[in-house]
Design a protein around this ligand. Structure first.
Ligand code: HPA
Length: 268
């Protein structure tokens, strides 16, 4: 993180605190096509454009609204590295949530299935990740008040939270390893074969920077991927973004149900 970053975070925090005084302990980042969950919540909705210093998302299927309810802060819309945002912007939402006293972070995303046992529409709990984005959000001077210079990454995704998610689901959930690449192209079949060999179950272009920073800040993390398509070369057909959005829409009701139950169980 760049010097001066803390001042940016402080400005954002001031601008949110001026609008809400609730302090939920839970936060959730809603990924591609999954942001509808925020619409169903009663709370204070703050467009990102009204949070001083916060970037505004640009990609189709992502919006930019923070909704603060009694138990949870919902972020509909995230900032992707492939959009050209610097890593500092990509992880700003996590610093904002931590600054607002959120302790438990749920990260959701759309991902391509690398594991051949997966089917589009599956919801998979992230057990671990592989960072292949070619960069790292903690490069730069370290502020020891935020976290250690060399954070342990052995247990980023909380086993307890995965247990809560399992108990909240009416069908058994899979667990898998999420590999993050920068994008914005989808992968080649050779790259997907490589990821499979490396032990990845799914592939995407987000989540990992946020998880690295949330772990650094000492937050409890739950990651959920919605498998929107089989990754390149797994099936004999090309990939397209509308398929990703379309599958996201189809499983939205199931995803919303699961996440709502998880939030209820975590809040209760
Ligand atoms: N690859 C990378 N990111 C993705 C994919 C994919 O196949 N599907 C959804 N996000």
């Amino acid at each position: 993180m760049k010097p001066g970053f803390e001042n940016r975070v402080k400005t954002m925090l001031d601008s949110v605190r001026a609008r809400v005084d609730r302090k939920p302990k839970l936060g959730i980042v809603l990924g591609s096509g999954l942001s509808g969950l925020a619409d169903d919540q009663e709370g204070t909705a703050i467009p990102y454009s009204e949070i001083t210093g916060f970037p505004v998302p640009t990609v189709e299927g992502h919006r930019g609204v923070m909704t603060v309810t009694e138990h949870c802060i919902y972020l509909a819309g995230r900032f992707h590295y492939y959009e050209g945002y610097p890593m500092d912007d990509v992880v700003l939402p996590v610093l904002l949530l931590r600054g607002l006293d959120v302790e438990t972070l749920v990260l959701t995303n759309a991902a391509g299935g690398v594991n051949r046992e997966y089917t589009p529409g599956d919801l998979v709990l992230i057990r671990d990740h592989i960072n292949l984005m070619g960069t790292h959000p903690l490069i730069g001077p370290n502020n020891p008040e935020l976290g250690p210079r060399f954070p342990d990454m052995t247990r980023i995704y909380s086993r307890e939270l995965r247990g809560v998610a399992m108990e909240s689901s009416d069908v058994p959930l899979r667990e898998g390893v999420y590999a993050a690449l920068s994008g914005p192209s989808y992968e080649t079949p050779a790259e997907i074969q490589m990821l499979n060999t490396l032990g990845a179950d799914m592939v995407g272009m987000s989540t990992v920077p946020e998880a690295i920073v949330a772990n650094y800040l000492g937050m409890n993390i739950l990651g959920i991927s919605c498998i929107t398509n089989m990754a390149a070369g797994i099936l004999d057909q090309p990939l397209n973004h509308s398929e990703v959005i379309g599958t996201g829409k189809k499983v939205e009701a199931r995803f919303k149900g699961l996440v709502s139950r998880i939030i209820r169980n975590l809040a209760g």
